[in-house]
Write a protein that binds this ligand. Structure first.
Ligand SMILES: O=C(CO)[C@@H](O)[C@H](O)CF
Length: 550
């Protein structure tokens, strides 16, 4: 099966409903990007008054959520902005990416509303009363520690839960979030007929009925058996009663969720035969968009969250990191680490130390030297996931660098660094954490190559640090938003699987010559050369070992 099997003139639409925006990427049958569009929640939907697309609840420590209806309004605005750029009737398949772990609570009776939407009215006006709570908890929430411990204890401990579901319990995972709602707001739980992830929520709107949760994003809930890819009855019972009927069935990420609903045919002129392919999480879509298919590759996504992920043939869950089914390889798995303090925390340091300017930030990065004279910083604007540490800025000066062993390094906490050192400290601190945790999680060490994506992957100064710290070449792709690109690629893949009547390897679509598509990764920073760069790498290794002890 070659790329020619994607029909001439066909378009594939990928949508990404993320923390700060919704985005669209459109591929043609040659897998070239022909259009893209974005709606930023804060600036284009200011009436919601979100900050970074979210609300932080001052009365409930760590509670972070978003208004569900804002995502609906943003989807409509995105389609209106995209309409002049492409002919929607040529879209043969659409798929999507949703921020992982976030959840939507459909009120009883909403299936009927969803299946009879009036094309003369807006989605927002018809769905504004469809939810049993207007607040969707999202991945940044850290208010469910109590529920995490209860679920872990009920199944025999953190490692047991990880072996069963692919991860120990995490505050942001949907299972603990559901348990908190069941305990704290039982009337909401009782009045909920379907719980969707952000991914399956958006798919449901497009197909006009409740779409399944896909097996990859479903693994981000602490509810799915990672080996059987079915709901784990043990964990469901430990989470909340009658939960399975509220979740519906799971489906593979490459499966067809359904035909696009008549609402979109009549209101937006989609073709009535347009397929909606299962949506999945943002990081799984990025994995697809980066065409990660070599075990030695490592991806680093520098977005609102920072994530490190790769592929593996077998699931080896542990007490850190996550294992998900691979969204484009049914027998494979995806391994991932996630950091909450990503772009918003880098922006914080930029605003405090670099005159709110990326030019000044990058200038400081360029004029300070690798290893930062031993000045090491860890900046937690929000409660960090990895390691699980509270809000705070921690600065150390590490000495005895000339000694060859990490255990001879001594560190002492200091109050503050000068501005240029602060800038280098946050970048080196984030990247050293990623390298240290990646090695501890059994990811490639060193990676054959790193493919960087996400907003900050357009920053060459940051990419240079990544190459120096990981000791390998760094590649980037044509566009930094690999999640919506991956969703468009998965739309094409799902269309092909549907046509062939079963799973078809995604690589069939590009037949190995990625360079002629928008998906090919290009070298941005070569691996450290010998001499000084290698010296830095050795000392970064010492610093990283020290970092992992702190
Ligand atoms: O929590 C995460 C992954 O586990 C984040 O990367 C979210 O998916 C960001 F939307």
């Amino acid at each position: 099966v070659g790329r020619s099997s994607l029909p001439d003139g066909a378009l594939f639409l990928g949508l990404d409903s993320s923390t700060q925006s919704v985005k669209a990427t459109v591929l043609n049958n040659e897998l070239i990007i022909v259009a893209s569009e974005t709606v930023n929640f804060d600036s284009e939907l200011p009436h919601y008054k979100t900050e970074g697309g979210v609300y932080r609840d001052p009365s409930d420590d760590g509670r972070i959520f978003s208004p569900t209806i804002m995502w609906v309004e943003a989807l409509e605005l995105l389609l209106e902005k995209l309409k002049p750029k492409i002919d929607f009737s040529k879209v043969v398949a659409v798929s999507g990416s949703g921020q992982q772990h976030g959840s939507v609570y459909w009120k009883k009776g909403s299936q009927a509303v969803l299946s009879s939407l009036d094309p003369s009215k807006s989605l927002m006006s018809q769905l504004k009363d469809a939810f049993s709570t207007m607040d969707s908890p999202i991945w940044m929430d850290s208010s469910t520690t109590k529920q995490c411990r209860e679920i872990e204890n009920a199944v025999g401990g953190a490692l047991e839960l990880s072996k069963l579901t692919g991860s120990r319990a995490y505050e942001r995972f949907t299972g603990p979030q559901i348990r908190k709602i069941y305990q704290a707001e039982p009337q909401i739980y009782e009045n909920t007929e379907r719980i969707s992830l952000v991914s399956s929520f958006m798919a449901s709107i497009l197909v006009g009925c409740y779409a399944s949760i896909d097996e990859t994003d479903g693994a981000g809930m602490n509810l799915m058996d990672i080996n059987k890819k079915t709901w784990s009855k043990t964990v469901l019972e430990a989470t909340a009663p009658v939960l399975e009927e509220k979740l519906g069935n799971l489906a593979p990420a490459y499966a067809t969720a359904g035909l696009i609903s008549p609402y979109f045919v009549e209101r937006h002129q989609f073709d009535k035969n347009c397929l909606v392919i299962q949506w999945s999480g943002d990081n799984p879509n990025s994995l697809a968009g980066l065409t990660l298919n070599t075990p030695g590759d490592l991806a680093i996504s520098l977005g609102t969250s920072d994530t490190v992920f790769g592929i593996t043939a077998e699931a080896k869950p542990s007490l850190e990191g996550h294992v998900f089914p691979n969204p484009v390889e049914p027998d494979g798995y995806m391994v991932m680490l996630c950091y909450k303090n990503g772009s918003l925390t880098r922006e914080d340091v930029r605003n405090q130390c670099a005159e709110k300017s990326w030019d000044v930030f990058n200038n400081y990065l360029e004029k300070t030297t690798p290893l930062n004279g031993g000045k090491l910083g860890f900046y937690y604007k929000d409660h960090e996931i990895l390691p699980p540490l509270p809000v705070g800025f921690h600065r150390y000066i590490v000495e005895n660098f000339n000694d060859a062993s990490a255990d001879n390094l001594t560190e002492r906490e200091v109050q503050e660094f000068d501005a240029p050192s602060e800038v280098r400290a946050i970048i080196e601190g984030q990247m050293l954490s990623m390298r240290g945790h990646a090695e501890r999680f059994g990811m490639p060490n060193p990676p054959k190559r790193i493919i960087a994506t996400g907003g900050a992957s357009s920053n060459d100064s940051i990419l240079k640090s990544i190459a120096q710290i990981f000791g390998c070449p760094v590649f980037t792709v044509e566009r930094p938003d690999s999640a919506s690109l991956g969703a468009a690629l998965r739309a094409a893949h799902g269309w092909l699987c549907n046509k062939e009547g079963g799973f078809v390897p995604i690589s069939c679509m590009y037949m190995g010559n990625l360079e002629n598509t928008s998906l090919g990764a290009k070298l941005a920073v070569p691996a450290p050369r010998d001499g000084e760069d290698r010296e830095f790498l050795k000392k970064y290794t010492l610093l990283m070992k020290k970092r992992m002890e702190i």
